[in-house]
Design a protein. Structure first.
Length: 177
């Protein structure tokens, strides 16, 4: 199939909530991401909650990066400046390539909703072992902003002129044409 005719293909996605306080019952942000990805036609491989601890975060993300059945990792939480927020420090060292524009675009979209407070988001994204990783803030609104404004299109192999789906779908290995 040529890049010009490649279409939507469901991706295998994991969701990791990073929090010292949330439980499955109180994790609205993780639940929102699961809802969004499933509504878009993707497959949830696994959802977990880990404490905001650099080594616990790295251990879980590393396991998913090494799992050939995982194409996308979405994290929520730990991207601010308060307390134990440590997601960027945990994830950056695992990336083969960072997606520099993700944080910039997210903050641009978020500015329209929360104004200058968006500057406190240290969200990031990158590629590691043919897996794309997006680290989002912990608020449900921020997760929906990222999904609706960026991820929904970028995880769809039919989005033109390019997308990240075609980089993680076996046999495609390109942006799409």
């Amino acid at each position: 199939m040529s890049a010009a005719t490649q279409g939507f293909e469901p991706l295998h996605i994991t969701v990791l909530t990073i929090s010292d306080t949330r439980t499955e019952e109180t994790d609205r942000s993780g639940a929102a991401l699961v809802e969004c990805l499933q509504a878009a036609g993707h497959t949830l491989v696994e959802k977990r909650i880990v404490a905001d601890d650099v080594y616990r975060i790295r251990a879980q993300i590393s396991a998913w990066i090494a799992d050939s059945g995982v194409q996308v990792i979405l994290t929520t939480g730990g991207t601010g400046f308060t307390g134990r927020d440590s997601t960027p420090e945990a994830v950056k060292v695992l990336l083969d390539k960072q997606i520099e524009g993700f944080g910039e675009l997210f903050r641009h979209l978020s500015f329209q909703e929360i104004g200058s407070s968006t500057i406190q988001s240290r969200c990031l994204a990158g590629l590691a072992n043919h897996t794309v990783i997006f680290c989002l803030p912990g608020s449900t609104g921020a997760c929906r902003t990222a999904w609706n404004g960026i991820l929904k299109e970028q995880l769809d192999g039919s989005h033109k002129p390019c997308n990240f789906a075609n980089l993680v779908i076996p046999g495609r290995g390109q942006h799409g044409g």
